[in-house]
Design a protein around this ligand. Structure first.
Ligand code: CU
Length: 120
């Protein structure tokens, strides 16, 4: 009896903790499925070409020009996306512009969008 009461109590707290989190997430992210809602950024736009996309790990490989704000020279390099949903409309060959910023000591793409006349 004691054990099942404990279990019921634990389950109830788990549900209580879980449901508000879900509700808050829905409210905070009403347009998450659009994939374009990134925080406002002062970082400069940098142009590049998509060389690889890994939606599973949320990384994109870019052949890009110099990224002044994080002191990154022009190179081809894989970057983690601040929001993995940013990867969903990208494919290899796309011409893009993006901003990269240091987040948790690593460069991350904080915004990225396709440029017209890119994919071939
Ligand atoms: Cu680099």
């Amino acid at each position: 009896m004691f054990k099942s009461l404990l279990f019921a109590g634990a389950l109830a707290s788990a549900l209580l903790a879980f449901q508000p989190a879900m509700a808050a997430d829905d409210q905070a992210n009403p347009h998450a499925h659009h994939g374009a809602s990134t925080p406002a950024s002062n970082a400069p736009w940098v142009e590049g070409t998509v060389k690889g996309v890994d939606a599973h790990t949320g990384t994109v490989t870019l052949d890009h020009g110099r990224i002044e704000n994080i002191d990154m020279d022009a190179m081809t390099m894989a970057y983690r996306l601040q929001n993995a949903a940013l990867a969903k409309d990208l494919k290899v060959g796309d011409r893009v512009r993006f901003s990269a910023e240091m987040v948790d000591d690593e460069p991350r793409i904080t915004r990225i969008e396709r440029l017209k006349g890119g994919a071939k």
